[in-house]
Design a protein around this ligand. Structure first.
Ligand SMILES: [Zn+2]
Length: 291
């Protein structure tokens, strides 16, 4: 991605979470207190087994450190951008770029674009939708209109998902911005209402629609930022879209893909909708419900 000329977004916060909270933190905190007990009964071998179980369950054992004390503090700050890491600043350039592109799109409809805020956290964070945990991956919280990002996730993308390059950073942030668009346009509410009276399989299908539309919106952003794409970017994005398809993730986890349980779409679908946005640059083409 060519981001040198992009101005960084000023809509960001950094959470410093020690101890952890909610979901994983609660589990971690509880285990944190148990570990010394297990250690005294079963020695270091016992602790190793617990740690392995946690890793398998997707809980970061490091979240134990400082856990168990009961005091869970997450401090939110806004340091000067010069104090941020390279990947954080790249993320803010992407966010700034999405703000400019979506502001134009909304303006063409006579509307204003309310930009979301990007929250960086490490391992444990807090969102308006509950605890934020690295294992959850990046997500958008409609309740506080914030995108939560553990920047270690990009490192994981490179190693675990084999999707290196900087374009996946753009793709993922633009995908979460896509969920923001769905929220402020009321599309997300409509889907959520439809889900309430749907069967589980239908509910999942609606969720897939949402996710594929967010992929398409990510493509729209990339298409409209004509300076942005460099040779190889498209391939990087496609590789990322392929790597995080539900069928690929399930197969990698050693399971036969079960389409009813898909909530993000298959690799082929994700690539198809990202490309649709990229080729058209038109959000009206992202009607995944009609397809
Ligand atoms: Zn999503």
């Amino acid at each position: 991605m060519r981001l040198d000329d992009e101005q960084e977004s000023s809509h960001y916060e950094v959470q410093d979470g020690r101890g952890g909270g909610g979901l994983g933190g609660g589990l971690g905190g509880g285990l944190g207190m148990l570990l010394p007990l297990i250690g005294s009964r079963f020695g270091c071998g016992g602790i190793a087994v617990v740690l392995i179980i946690m890793v398998v369950m997707g809980v970061n054992p490091l979240s134990l450190i400082g856990g168990g004390g009961g005091g869970q503090q997450v401090q939110t700050q806004k340091p000067a951008s010069g104090q941020l890491t390279d990947v954080q600043r790249t993320s803010l350039k992407v966010l700034g770029s999405t703000e400019r592109r979506w502001t134009d799109i909304f303006k063409a409809e006579g509307q204003q674009y309310p930009a979301p805020t990007l929250v960086f956290y490490s391992q444990n964070g807090r969102s308006g939708c509950g605890a934020a945990q690295s294992a959850m991956g990046p997500f958008y919280c409609p309740a506080d209109q914030r995108i939560y990002l553990d920047t270690d996730f990009f490192k994981e993308m490179e190693t675990r998902f084999n999707a290196p390059g900087d374009f996946p950073i753009g793709y993922i942030i633009a995908h979460e911005v896509g969920h923001h668009i769905q929220t402020i346009t009321g599309q997300a509410d409509k889907i959520r209402k439809a889900q309430q009276s749907a069967s589980e399989a239908e509910g999942n299908a609606l969720q897939v629609q949402m996710e594929l539309q967010a992929d398409c919106y990510a493509g729209v952003w990339a298409a409209r930022d004509t300076n942005l794409m460099e040779p190889g970017d498209l391939e990087e994005g496609m590789r990322a879209a392929e790597a995080i398809g539900d069928d690929t993730l399930q197969r990698e986890a050693g399971r036969r893909p079960v389409p009813d349980s898909f909530t993000h779409g298959t690799s082929a679908q994700r690539m198809q909708w990202l490309r649709k946005g990229l080729n058209s640059g038109d959000p009206a083409q992202c009607d995944t419900g009609a397809a």
